[in-house]
Write a protein that binds this ligand. Structure first.
Ligand SMILES: NC(=O)C1=CN([C@@H]2O[C@H](COP(=O)(O)OP(=O)(O)OC[C@H]3O[C@@H](n4cnc5c(N)ncnc54)[C@H](OP(=O)(O)O)[C@@H]3O)[C@@H](O)[C@H]2O)C=CC1
Ligand SMILES: C[C@H]1O[C@H](OP(=O)(O)OP(=O)(O)OC[C@H]2O[C@@H](n3cnc4c(=O)[nH]c(N)nc43)[C@H](O)[C@@H]2O)[C@@H](O)[C@@H](O)C1=O
Length: 327
């Protein structure tokens, strides 16, 4: 094992991700997990999955027993309690407790089972609300968090510390990645709990179908967000598994952001809705800007491939294919 004291990210000469690895993807039915399964299987790895109906990852003993039984070479932790700004504000207890419990049982269980390599997925919301932009990884813990997702962010920060602690104490080759806002096939389109991008696709599509003259969106439209297609995220995760073995988290993003108003205009165009956009400023804006500094990831050779407008069009087409004629 390499020494693991704080320092710059390192390229390693060890084969960090061997061809044909056995990889357990926790959360394989979700937006991120399903993209990882597609990508890892296409790369020739043996992908292991276990549905929540058979294994609740909040429960340590059965999680450890499962991992000891299947003995994966690699664990990717993409299971979490996840949601948009309203879900985070409404259920902070579940966002804190479910995520702490999932992280504790999966990361500790992987170590107990002798798993060599683990990737933990956090989120860009771990950074302070007013972090300098673009946000560097070393902004972590330098200021107060955005209140609408403080509980979720603190759980994710605990996960980063858990990963780092396994590295420091046991020399484990475990790493953390911090993705920006994601979207794509497999996303959640429930208007109360989803993130903004799938919500906009659904709102504009349904307004077009209903002939509604106006669509009302949340907040002021002025916050800025960065969006990455989940297939690009999966490619970035593979890149990290192959080539990164440092204790600092690595940001995953595309390096560009736009206002929610600009996003709304793009989604309106893609869905061919011809009405107006109104803003409900009684709803929260959340953090004013969240653009990640992706130079660490870029230095590892990753470039996103899917431009935002194309990605939105592909996601819209996927969603149309999933739903019944008028549901
Ligand atoms: N979506 C985004 O914009 C972003 C996501 N991320 C991170 O990426 C990761 C994945 O997020 P995403 O794919 O969007 O989320 P999803 O909600 O789409 O998927 C989460 C997955 O976790 C599973 N899960 C949740 N709780 C449990 C449990 N107790 N036991 C077993 N499985 C459970 C879900 O199972 P089931 O299908 O049964 O519900 C689901 O498969 C998370 O760590 C998230 O923080 C980071 C930044 C942005
Ligand atoms: C990934 C990330 O996701 C969350 O943070 P967020 O980026 O603030 O989340 P969001 O996608 O829900 O909203 C982005 C912006 O968009 C505006 N907005 C307009 N109209 C709708 C709308 O119809 N739905 C939603 N959800 N938002 C809308 C909304 O008011 C806000 O200004 C975290 O919970 C956090 O934990 C996290 O990790």
């Amino acid at each position: 094992m390499t020494s693991d004291l704080p320092g710059p990210p390192q390229e390693s000469v060890r084969p960090l991700l061997r061809p044909g690895s056995r990889i357990f993807v926790a959360g394989h039915r979700g937006l991120v997990g399903s993209a990882l399964v597609r990508r890892l299987a296409a790369d020739g790895h043996e992908v292991l999955t276990r549905g929540r109906d058979l294994l609740d990852l909040r429960d340590s003993a059965p999680t450890e027993a499962y991992l000891r039984d299947v003995r994966p070479d690699v664990v990717v932790l993409a299971a979490a309690k996840v949601g948009g700004i309203m879900a985070n504000s409404t259920w902070p207890v579940q966002f804190l407790e479910d995520n702490l419990r999932i992280q504790l049982s999966v990361i500790a269980g992987a170590h107990a089972a002798g798993t060599e390599r683990l990737l933990f997925l956090g989120s860009s919301c771990i950074y302070p609300k007013h972090a300098p932009q673009p946000i560097r990884e070393d902004s972590l813990l330098t200021g107060p968090l955005e209140p609408t997702n403080e509980a979720y962010a603190l759980a994710k920060i605990a996960g980063i510390t858990q990963v780092r602690s396994y590295r420091r104490q046991y020399g484990a080759s475990y790493i953390s990645a911090m993705p920006t806002n994601l979207y794509g096939p497999g996303d959640n389109f429930d208007l109360e709990t989803s993130h903004v991008l799938p919500a906009l696709i659904r709102r504009f599509h349904e307004a077009k179908q209903d002939g509604a003259p106006e669509v009302t969106l949340w907040g002021s439209g002025s916050p800025r967000r960065e969006f990455l297609h989940v297939d690009d995220l999966a490619a970035a995760c593979v890149r990290l598994l192959e080539s990164y073995d440092g204790e600092d988290p690595v940001n995953i993003g595309c390096g560009d952001d736009l206002t929610i108003r600009e996003l709304a205009e793009t989604v309106r165009d893609v869905t061919e809705y011809r009405g107006e956009i109104a803003w409900d400023t009684s709803k929260p804006d959340g953090t004013p800007r969240k653009l990640l500094d992706v130079s660490r990831l870029t230095s590892l050779g990753f470039e996103p491939q899917i431009p935002l407008r194309d990605g939105i069009a592909r996601t819209y087409a996927w969603w149309l294919g999933q739903r019944s004629p008028r549901s």
